[in-house]
Design a protein around this ligand. Sequence first.
Ligand SMILES: Nc1ncnc2c1ncn2[C@@H]1O[C@H](COP(=O)(O)OP(=O)(O)OP(=O)(O)O)[C@@H](O)[C@H]1O
Ligand SMILES: [Mg+2]
Length: 159
Amino acid sequence: MSARIYVSVPHQMYLTHLSLTNFRSFARLDLDVPRRVVLLVGSNAQGKTSVLEAVYFLAAFTSFQTHVDRQLVNFVEAKKSLAVGRLVAEYTRGPASHRLEVRLILEPVGVNGTRLRKEALLDASSARWRRSSGTSTPSSSSRRWPGSSRAGPRNAAVT
Ligand SMILES: Nc1ncnc2c1ncn2[C@@H]1O[C@H](COP(=O)(O)OP(=O)(O)OP(=O)(O)O)[C@@H](O)[C@H]1O
Ligand SMILES: [Mg+2]
């Protein structure tokens, strides 16, 4: 008698391109990511950690440096009445290619307040999922993404 055990190996994901707009110190960054070891080399405050933070944010919808997401929006952009930070990842998973876009939208609310709205679009899906809504003053922290978003709503917005 013989037995066979089949193990399902999930497809690996590879980031192929990263685009940042008004994220941290980057007004704009476009980076092709090769499928090999990548070294980020540069002087202090050139944005090495910010690149890693952007990749982390695209995967976890939160930062490893701050729980105040509005700090991720470029300071100069954030002075505008409507400011948008944008992170875009193009990646492959098995044979399929995907595009994940996250928008950090600082918009006015109330008299002098602003609120941060986070949107995520996967392959520009038109389906929409909204967790909650609310407002905050500039000094308060924004809400965190639900852990369940790891599996990824097709298109999500959290305010
Ligand atoms: N929201 C923001 N808008 C504009 N600039 C920002 C923002 N957040 C951080 N910075 C700037 O980004 C720079 C820090 O970038 P980062 O930490 O990614 O650099 P680094 O290359 O990792 O530096 P180090 O070698 O010191 O670790 C600092 O100059 C900081 O002032
Ligand atoms: Mg660093």
